[in-house]
Design a protein around this ligand. Structure first.
Ligand code: BG6
Length: 505
C-alpha cells in the first residue's frame, strides 16, 4: 500500500525503480566500461537504485587479464561522476554477477535464465529485468532469438516486467532499420523497447523543451518571421579512436547526423506538445522529422569532408587514411554539413544548417538560432558595423548553458552599437551538477519512463532523410580538411553563396 503522507508530485522524493535486474550484453565492451558501469555506480551513490537491485553482465570471457570484479571496479572508478566511496562500491559489487558466453551459446543463455529465476526469489526482484544490448548490431538477431527461446523476453513467464534497451546504430539505412524494428517487435512489445539516443539524456538537450515551452519570451519569435536561419553544430576534437571498422562502414552522417543531430533539430523545430506524455512529445517530433526537406541539389547543398593530418590542441594528429585499420583509399566522411529545411508554416524558408565533424579545433555542440536583422536601423552605418545578427545559442556541451547575443551601445559619446553576450551557465546558476546522460537514461529504463527515447517511427523517418544524402554521395570523394580546422573550405563556401557564415562556435 502507498504511503498516504507521500504524493508523487513531491519533488523532494527521488524517483526509484522497483526491485529489478539490469542485464548487460557486451558488459566488457567500450560503452559498458566507459558509460554503463560508471552510470550504475553513480546511481547507487545517489541512492537511486532499489533494494535487491542486481547487475548481470554477459560477455565472452576473453577480455584480458583479471577478474570481472576488477574490470568493473576499474571502470566505475575511472568513469564515476560522483565522488568515489569504497563502501558504496563494496555493496554494489556484491550485486554484480558475470556470465561468460558467446551469443550463440545456448547453455550460457540457459544459465542466464536460471540465474534470473534464482534472483527473483533471492533478491526479491519479482522477475523484473531490463536487457541492455551494448553489442554490435550484427549480434542483435542472435541475442533476440536467445531471449525468445529461453522465454526470458516473456513477462508472463517471468512474472515481472521485461524491457530491452537497444543502442545505436539502429540500422544503416531505412530498410535495415525497418527490419530491425520488426525483429525487436517480434520478441518484445513496443512499450518495452527503449532505443537509446544518449543526446536526449543530456540536461541541456532536455532544457530546449523548458526554454521553449516554460517561457513566454522566446515562442513569439520562434518562427520564420524572426528567425533567419538555424545552425546546429556537433564538433569533436577527437578522431575515430579504436572504432575503425565501425566508423569506416558508417561515416559521420550515419554515426551522428541520423540520430543526435536530427533529434536536436526536431526539439528545436517541434510544436508544443499537449503534455509531456511520451506519446505526445514523440508525435510532435515525428511531425518535424516528416517535414524535413533536403536541398534540391544535394551536391551544392551539402558537403562531406575527411580529415588530413594536422594539429589539434597542440598535438600532432594523423589523417583519417593513416588511422590504424582504415583502407588507404577510403572515401568515408568524417565531416558532413547539409542545408535542411522544415516544410511547415512556422519554418517555411528558414534554412537549418547542420554540421558534424571529427578532428575539429575543439569539442563543442551547440544550436544557434540566428535572428533576422532589425528591419530598420536609424543609426549611422559606421556605428552599427560591429552589430551582427541577434543570436540565441544553446550550448549543449561543454560550458553548458544559453547565450543571448544582441547589440548594445558602446560607452562613450557616439551611438556606436556592438554585439554583447548575456550568458547563463549551468555551473553558475545551479549548485547541483548535471547527471551524465547514461545515468539519466538507465534510470528511466528501470523506472519505465519512455519520454526520452525515440520510437521506431522517428528512427525510420530519420533514415529517410539520410538515405538520399548517402545515395547522392555514393561514388564521390570527400573534401579534405586539415585536422584542427573547422571542416573543408567547401562548407564555408556553401554558406557564403547565400551571404551567410558559420558561427564561430
Ligand atoms: C556517439 C558517436 O554516438 O557519440 C561517436 O558514435 C561520438 O562517434 C559520440 O564520438 C559523442 O558523444 P558525446 O556525448 O561525447 O558528444
Amino acid at each position: 500500500m502507498g504511503n498516504p503522507l507521500r504524493t508523487a508530485q513531491d519533488r523532494r522524493l527521488p524517483r526509484i525503480p522497483e526491485p529489478c535486474a539490469l542485464v548487460i550484453f557486451g558488459v566488457t565492451g567500450d560503452l559498458s566500461r566507459k558509460k554503463l558501469i560508471p552510470a550504475v555506480y553513480d546511481l547507487a551513490n545517489r541512492g537511486l537504485l532499489p533494494p535487491g537491485f542486481v547487475v548481470v553482465g554477459y560477455a565472452r570471457a576473453d577480455w584480458g587479464d583479471g577478474s570481472f570484479e576488477s574490470l568493473a571496479h576499474a571502470a566505475a572508478k575511472k568513469g564515476a561522476r560522483t565522488p568515489w566511496r569504497d563502501d558504496v562500491w563494496q555493496r554494489l559489487s556484491e550485486r554484480f554477477h558475470f556470465i561468460p558466453g558467446s551469443f550463440d551459446d545456448d547453455e550460457a543463455f540457459d544459465h542466464l535464465a536460471s540465474t534470473l529465476d534464482e534472483l527473483k526469489e533471492r533478491n526479491g526482484i519479482a522477475g523484473n529485468a531490463a536487457f541492455y544490448f551494448s553489442i554490435p548490431p550484427a549480434a542483435f538477431p542472435l541475442v533476440l532469438n536467445q531471449l525468445n527461446r529461453t522465454g526470458m523476453a516473456d513477462p508472463s513467464k517471468s512474472g515481472g516486467w521485461r524491457r530491452v534497451v537497444v543502442e545505436k546504430p539502429f540500422g544503416h539505412d531505412y530498410q535495415s532499420a525497418v527490419q530491425l524494428n520488426e525483429l525487436v517487435d517480434d520478441v518484445f512489445i513496443p512499450e518495452d523497447v527503449f532505443r537509446i539516443d544518449h543526446y536526449l539524456g543530456k540536461e541541456t538537450v532536455q532544457n530546449i523543451l523548458a526554454l521553449r515551452f516554460a517561457n513566454s519570451l522566446f515562442e513569439p519569435v520562434w518562427n520564420s518571421k524572426y528567425v533567419d536561419s538555424v545552425q546546429i553544430t556537433m564538433a569533436e576534437d577527437v578522431g575515430i579512436g579504436t572504432r575503425a571498422a565501425f566508423y569506416d562502414a558508417s561515416g559521420a552522417a550515419r554515426d551522428v547526423l541520423q540520430n543526435h543531430l536530427l533529434q536536436l533539430l526536431a526539439l528545436v523545430g517541434m510544436e508544443e506538445p499537449t503534455s509531456f506524455d511520451p506519446q505526445e512529445v514523440r508525435a510532435e517530433k515525428l511531425k518535424v522529422l516528416r517535414a524535413i526537406s533536403l536541398p534540391p541539389d544535394i551536391s551544392t547543398g551539402s558537403v562531406r569532408g575527411q580529415y588530413l593530418p594536422g594539429w589539434v590542441a597542440g598535438e600532432r594528429a594523423v589523417g583519417y587514411l593513416e588511422e590504424p585499420n582504415i583502407p588507404a583509399d577510403s572515401t568515408t566522411e568524417t565531416y558532413a554539413a547539409v542545408r535542411l529545411g522544415i516544410q511547415n508554416r512556422r519554418w517555411a524558408g528558414v534554412p537549418f544548417f547542420v554540421r558534424v565533424g571529427k578532428r575539429m579545433p575543439r569539442r563543442v555542440t551547440e544550436i544557434a538560432i540566428m535572428f533576422k536583422k532589425a528591419p530598420h536601423l536609424p543609426f549611422d552605418p559606421a556605428d552599427v558595423e560591429m552589430l551582427g545578427h541577434n543570436q540565441l545559442v544553446i550550448r549543449v556541451q561543454p560550458d553548458e548553458g544559453v547565450v543571448l547575443k544582441f547589440g548594445s551601445k558602446v560607452p562613450g559619446t557616439s551611438m556606436e552599437v556592438r554585439d554583447i553576450a548575456m550568458d547563463f551557465q549551468y555551473g553558475e546558476a545551479f549548485t547541483e551538477s548535471s547527471p551524465e546522460a547514461y545515468e539519466r537514461l538507465v534510470l528511466d529504463v528501470l523506472i519505465g519512463d519512455r519520454t526520452l527515447f525515440p520510437d521506431a517511427a522517428e528512427i525510420e523517418q530519420s533514415w529517410r532523410v539520410i538515405d538520399p544524402l548517402e545515395a547522392a554521395w555514393a561514388g564521390t570523394k570527400p573534401e579534405p580538411y586539415r585536422s584542427g580546422e573547422w571542416g573543408p573550405r567547401a562548407s564555408d563556401e556553401m554558406l557564403a553563396r547565400e551571404g551567410r557564415t558559420w558561427r564561430r562556435a
